[in-house]
Design a protein around this ligand. Structure first.
Ligand code: GDP
Ligand code: MG
Length: 301
């Protein structure tokens, strides 16, 4: 099965949810009027797109209907798709790995899918012919390192690990050294996510960032925050908390296969002004791809 089919399958719940609501609106379609727009806005809000973003989409749709003199239902649907895509394309989803080595720092709260995503991304990069080193900088539990090691082995990438309780920044320091020695293309750093110990966690991240900045000043760096798509509005609060410590370049959205709330992707992009760089639609190694707005929109409507 190709990824597009997997994506469609993964987004089945979301598609059913959004399609149902939108098709319901068009079931009694008589003409394009204010009532129709209101019903569409309600359908979007009910599909977890978010209030603010749903209002924005409908506002733009209203303009589009006027300028293009849209009168039939199919055209309205098509215009709706393009409005959604426009929001997703207003931010740059391209992963910037311009230098050798480049660095991807992965952050996010516990359980959202950081370690799993790193395994999948490492595997993707490896398939693209890149040499990847993974730093096990979540040193809080030995099990976290073991889990990452399993993924590194699956992807065929080198892992740099130290004993449980080692200062994460020193693991990163060692990993940078090995990345340089091995002339690797990408260093991916796994981190802890214990938000209940927020001050400590944020200090840890700041320290890791500092080491990377100092040792690889000219390298392309991406700090990607992982969000669990099933958490809904709470994800927005998580982004806020992490933004206090590190500058976030993009998001990785996981578990889109387990939720009907995939419409939230559009709201998350719009409200944070942050691009989604990868999406995860399952627990297997090839269940993650670079985010493609066209594929995404076509998979949900
Ligand atoms: P971390 O604590 O952020 O490192 O999260 P983990 O990588 O350990 O993942 C937590 C759980 O989420 C694991 O059971 C993963 O298999 C699961 N998971 C991660 N990504 C996905 C996904 O895209 N889809 C599904 N269904 N499960 C996922
Ligand atoms: Mg982890």
């Amino acid at each position: 099965m190709g990824f597009f089919d997997k994506l469609k399958q993964g987004l089945t719940k979301t598609k059913e949810s959004i399609n149902d609501k939108i098709n319901n609106v068009f079931k009694n379609f008589r003409k394009v009027d204010e009532e129709l727009l209101e019903e569409l806005e309600e359908a979007l809000i009910m599909s977890d797109v978010g209030m603010e973003t749903s209002m924005k989409i409908i506002e733009n749709l209203r303009d589009k209907i006027k300028t293009d003199k849209i009168e039939d239902a199919e055209q309205v649907k098509q215009a709706l798709r393009s409005q959604m895509q426009e929001i997703l394309d207003s931010v740059d989803s391209e992963l910037k790995l311009k230098t050798t080595p480049s660095v991807i720092l992965v952050v996010g709260v516990n359980g959202v899918g950081k370690t799993t995503s790193i395994g999948k991304i490492a595997n993707n990069l490896k398939k693209d012919g890149k040499k990847v080193v993974i730093a096990a900088a979540d040193t809080f539990r030995a099990a976290a390192v073991e889990q990452l090691e399993i993924w590194a082995n699956r992807a065929g990438c080198q892992i740099v690990k130290r004993n449980e309780g080692t200062d994460p920044a020193s693991v990163v320091f060692d990993a940078i050294k090995i990345t340089k020695q091995e002339n690797a293309d990408v260093l991916i750093i796994d981190t802890a996510g214990r938000l209940h110990n927020k001050k400590y966690l944020m200090d840890e991240l700041i320290k890791i960032k500092k080491i990377v900045e100092r040792e690889l000043p000219d390298a392309s760096k991406e700090t990607l925050m992982v969000l669990d798509a099933t958490t809904g509005q709470n994800a927005i609060l998580q982004v806020k908390a992490f933004k206090e410590a590190v500058n976030i370049d993009g998001l990785i959205l996981t578990k889109l296969d387990g939720t009907s709330k995939g419409g939230a992707v559009i709201g998350i992009v719009s409200e944070n002004n942050l691009p989604i760089k990868f999406i995860g639609v399952g627990e297997q190694i090839d269940d993650m791809q670079k985010f493609n707005s066209t594929d995404f929109v076509n998979s949900i409507i």
